[in-house]
Design a binder for this molecule. Structure first.
Ligand SMILES: N[C@@H](CCC(=O)N[C@@H](CS)C(=O)NCC(=O)O)C(=O)O
Length: 214
């Protein structure tokens, strides 16, 4: 069985849980408590040298990046697909996904916030304001881009794609950190539509065995 090292409120872990539930692939949940630094131990370093979650093991294949995990799962279990079939929409899905995964997520990641707290003289309020700034830098253009052409149930099509797998966990972080989402009605509608689905419900932080509150 697939082994997934993850943490209930890690947004990258949350993405992978949604993909697994969507494709109805069973997995064993190994909780790594990031708040307590369980990922920084020698024991975990021996499992994943990057010391991050999610960490995915399926027999001999071991993966430390959520997008690589999606790719692997998609090839082995093509239905339901995580990607639009149309090549233009597929490229758009990747564009949006990469803006969330590469451009936004690193700027609200624990290690970056810890670095700011420990190595700069930013206080908590300044750190929050810094982080909110980066959320808006990405969410505002995404709202504009997606709302412009949206005639579909989800961001690009009538099925969930990698866009929603990455967007909903980033919106979870935005709520957690008190980002004002009132200017993003389209993104919020996509969020509530996704949260009606069983796969998203099963993947929610509060429905994980290691849930300890926000
Ligand atoms: N790009 C990676 C991100 C992995 C990542 O940074 N995970 C975070 C949790 S969401 C982590 O393990 N952080 C540990 C830390 O910040 O010290 C992916 O998409 O899987």
């Amino acid at each position: 069985m697939i082994q997934l090292y993850n943490y209930y409120r890690s947004s990258a872990s949350y993405r992978v849980r949604i993909a697994l539930h969507l494709k109805q692939i069973p997995f064993e949940y190994h909780a790594i408590n990031l708040r307590d630094g369980a990922h920084k131990t020698d024991t975990f370093k021996k499992i994943n040298t990057f010391q991050t979650v999610p960490y995915f093991i399926d027999g001999d294949i071991k993966l430390s990046q959520s997008l690589a995990i999606f790719d692997y799962l998609e090839n082995l279990h093509p239905e339901p697909t995580l990607y639009p079939k149309d090549p233009v929409l597929r490229a758009k899905a990747l564009e949006i996904t990469l803006s969330l995964v590469c451009d936004l997520h690193p700027l609200n990641n624990l290690k970056v916030l810890t670095y700011l707290r420990e190595k700069t003289n930013f206080n908590d309020e300044q750190i929050m304001s810094w982080m909110h700034h980066w959320f808006h830098q990405i969410l505002a253009p995404l709202e504009e881009m997606i709302s412009k052409n949206k005639q579909t149930r989800y961001a690009l099509t009538n099925s969930v794609t990698i866009v929603e797998l990455c967007l909903i966990p980033q919106l979870y972080n935005a709520h957690r950190f008190g980002v004002d989402l009132s200017k993003y009605p389209t993104l919020k509608t996509i969020e509530s539509t996704c949260l009606e689905l069983d796969s998203f419900q099963k993947a929610l932080p509060e429905n994980q065995i290691d849930y300890e509150g926000n």
